[in-house]
Design a binder for this molecule. Structure first.
Ligand code: BGC
Length: 740
């Protein structure tokens, strides 16, 4: 065994590490050891294969992925620290996407809460749980703007809006990292996938993206700009091709926008084997040129590939890459290890942490699930259920009691035994008071057989109300799980239609990883609650909302299409020269056969599906009813240094406490580049007792009106603006101007 050159004293704290640790280590490292720090290797095999142990011992591996268990992490860490020449600790990476062991709603569900504080708190709990098991680095937040619900990874995103995504992504970063990376339970965040992955053509995962420069800057890059400002320590490149240069080789974006324009000084890691995939993309002939392209573009560490390990040394020898480039890449890795305090405390002592799935974690998982639920329909105020008037309820559907499915995609460490399902929670709620008649109707969300329909109908017939839990299993969304037909899978729509025909009140709860096309289902239900994949505490959260113990308050973070043919459909689209107009719309059934060609006066709509979505971005009902009135602006025009003050009154005109998210949108009417018809700029969340009125105030200044302009510069442009204050992306309107 070699004796480590760096000694690890138990008395050292993170702050006592000499400033020159990184430089002093660099001066002692061989080229092979330097390249080792740029190598992240999959360590999921149990027991550890010999080549992994050997690679760590010889300093040829700087980071591992897919290890999340204290003993195993400490075991491999011991090899790095006590058996390698320099004793440099490993960085342990793991996908902690929406919880570690306690599972929170999928990120798209968390986004529906429009609550950065809750996202931050959930990330904090996830970080502490993960850190207690030896994890130092998570690959989240995923802040890819997602306008296509066919794309399975929309589940991992915060939806379609750059402002909301940037805000929630930043909150997640803060929750993971805190303001001291060496502090208790802090882990590195990794904002991904830089950039444009969410625009995968046709929603098919990994397909190319075609994003015009202006959209790239103003929409897709915007959340990254904000999380970099919020201090994200690392970023991951996207798998996708972006205008001919795959993101992993895209120096204009990595070295240019990220490092030069935004002064990002953290680490960039490739996605899984994405450097070698530059060959498959057709950009590079072999691993050697792929390694050169990625390193020159600004990728510091290679995840689960061998291009750097095999070729960096030769590239330096041949003068293609300079040693100073390699040194700066290695320094970024070492600096993070230093900031995490790993040189002083390389091992994890789980006993120093709260137990996993603590009461507090479950409480936040419950709150997070409650706030993620979006009430999309509530005809005849069928919800909340009136407990005193109910003798029996029917609980139907393949997702009523599916503890694994309710956790959603990207769950490696959550356990279904921790999940509380809707059926379990409803049984508890109803115990001794209301009869629960459970009949799933379908075995899984994809089952096609009607064999169990009869039993489901019998259960409904002997009940006062049918609660139907439909949707998608968790594996139908997430990476590599895109769908072309995003209606309810299997025979679920038929099951719902059969239940509706029985004449009892029907309440549908949809658990899914994406906005599903539910147009044909809406007429077959009196109420519809969209629950996404709500995580460990999904059952109690849904039950509390169904019975009115909690009021629904979620708002859609993404537009719901009427049909797949409308996709992509998103609220912040361009106006075009022929914007759609409901009064001019022609319906397909009104067109005469043999009609002559005409396009005069026509606008941007579908003959069969119009132009409006099924539900707009920002939409969501509550049990109270909130109306906005008296919109006032402080002045009709503001100067460059002034703030516009906006006031509106929110009144709860319903009979119950109402929750409302008042949203502020603007439209820059004329610009050097055409601007979106609406852009979310701010929002405020309220809770109002019946009959109460509250004044909501916003401020807008020139900075809020800024965008990347036609000449490439960033800033506002004088001129007229429209402004909306609303409870969804449709509402009260006013105008103002920005002076020159
Ligand atoms: C995904 C990343 C993920 C990585 C590690 C890749 O396939 O695209 O988002 O972090 O795997 O699991």
């Amino acid at each position: 065994m070699n004796s480590p050159i760096l000694t690890h004293s138990a008395t050292h704290t993170g702050r006592e590490v000499p400033e020159d640790t990184v430089d002093s280590l660099l001066s002692k490292m061989t080229l092979e050891e330097k390249i080792g720090q740029l190598q992240q290797v999959d360590a999921s095999a149990d027991p550890f294969p010999d080549d992994l142990i050997d690679g760590v011992r010889t300093g040829r591996i700087g980071s591992v992925i897919n290890l999340a268990q204290t003993d195993a992490c400490n075991r491999i860490q011991r090899v790095a620290v006590e058996e390698s020449r320099l004793g440099i600790p490993l960085l342990m990476g793991r996908d902690v996407i929406h919880g570690f062991r306690t599972i929170f709603p999928i990120p798209l569900g968390q986004a529906a809460a429009w609550n950065p504080d809750l996202v931050r708190e959930a990330a904090r709990i996830a970080a502490v749980e993960a850190r207690s098991q030896g994890v130092h680095w998570t690959f989240a937040p995923m802040i890819d703007i997602s306008r296509d619900p066919r794309w399975g990874r929309i589940a991992e995103s915060f939806g379609e809006d750059p402002y909301l995504t940037g805000l929630l992504g930043s909150a997640m970063v803060e929750g993971f990292q805190t303001d001291d990376l060496s502090g208790h339970g802090a882990i590195l965040a990794c904002a991904k996938h830089f950039v444009g992955y969410g625009a995968s053509e046709s929603g098919r995962d990994y397909s190319a993206t075609n994003i015009p420069a202006n959209e790239l800057r103003n929409i897709y890059l915007e959340p990254f700009r904000r999380v970099v400002e919020a201090g994200a320590a690392t970023l991951m490149t996207s798998f996708s091709d972006i205008d001919g240069v795959p993101a992993t080789a895209n120096g204009a974006l990595l070295n240019g926008v990220l490092r030069s324009d935004w002064a990002f000084d953290g680490l960039v890691v490739s996605d899984w084997n994405a450097i070698n995939e530059l060959i498959v993309h057709g950009l590079c002939e072999d691993g050697r040129s792929a390694a050169a392209e990625a390193a020159l573009a600004g990728v510091d560490m290679e995840m689960a590939g061998d291009a750097y390990a095999r070729h960096l040394a030769g590239l330096i020898e041949d003068g293609v890459l300079s040693i100073s480039l390699i040194d700066s890449m290695v320094a970024r890795v070492l600096r993070l290890k230093q900031q995490l305090g790993l040189f002083e405390r390389p091992y994890t002592d789980a006993a120093g942490f709260d137990p996993l799935v603590s009461d507090r974690a479950l409480k936040v998982a419950y709150e997070s699930a409650v706030e993620s639920l979006v009430l999309l329909k509530n005809a005849g105020a069928v919800l909340p259920l009136r407990e005193a008037q109910l003798g029996s309820i029917a609980v139907i559907g393949p997702l009523a009691d599916a503890p694994h499915e309710q956790m959603g995609t990207w769950v490696f460490d959550g356990q279904k035994s921790d999940s509380v399902t809707p059926l379990q929670a409803l049984r508890q709620q109803c115990s001794g008071k209301i009869q629960v008649n459970y009949a799933p109707g379908l075995e899984t969300s994809r089952s096609r057989t009607h064999d169990l329909f009869g039993a489901a109908e019998t259960a409904v017939l002997k009940s006062d109300v049918a609660l139907v839990f439909l949707g998608e299993e968790s594996i139908l969304s997430g990476e590599a799980h895109s769908r072309a037909d995003i209606r309810l899978p299997g025979a679920q729509s038929e099951l719902l239609a059969r239940i509706k025909a029985l004449g009892k009140p029907v309440v549908t709860v949809v658990l899914a990883g994406r906005p599903l096309v539910i147009s044909e289902n809406l007429p077959n239900t009196d109420a519809l609650l969209y629950a996404w994949h709500p995580g460990t505490m999904g059952g109690p959260a849904i039950t509390a909302v169904l019975f009115g113990k909690e009021a629904p308050r979620g708002k859609l973070p993404v537009t719901f299409p009427k049909s797949v043919g409308q996709i992509p459909i998103y609220y912040n689209h361009k106006n075009t020269g022929r914007p759609p107009n409901a009064s001019e719309m022609i319906l397909i059934d009104d067109i005469e056969v043999g009609a002559l060609q005409t396009s005069l006066g026509m606008s941007a709509f579908y003959l069969d599906d119009g132009f409006e979505p099924l539900f707009p971005f920002g939409f969501g009902l509550s049990y109270g009813h909130c109306e906005l009135e008296d919109l006032e602006l402080s002045q009709p025009e503001i100067g460059q240094g002034e703030q516009l003050k906006i006031r509106v009154s929110a009144r709860n005109t319903g009979g119950r406490t109402g929750f409302e998210t008042v949203q502020l949108y603007i439209r820059d009417i004329t610009g050097s580049l055409t601007r979106p018809v609406k852009e979310l700029k701010a929002f405020k969340r309220l809770s109002l007792e019946p009959g109460r009125c509250e004044v909501v105030e916003f401020e807008l200044g020139a900075a809020d009106l800024s965008f990347y302009r036609r000449d490439g510069s960033f800033g506002p442009e004088p001129g007229r603006f429209c402004l909306w204050v609303s409870t969804s992306s449709e509402g009260l309107q006013a105008e103002f101007s920005l002076g020159a």
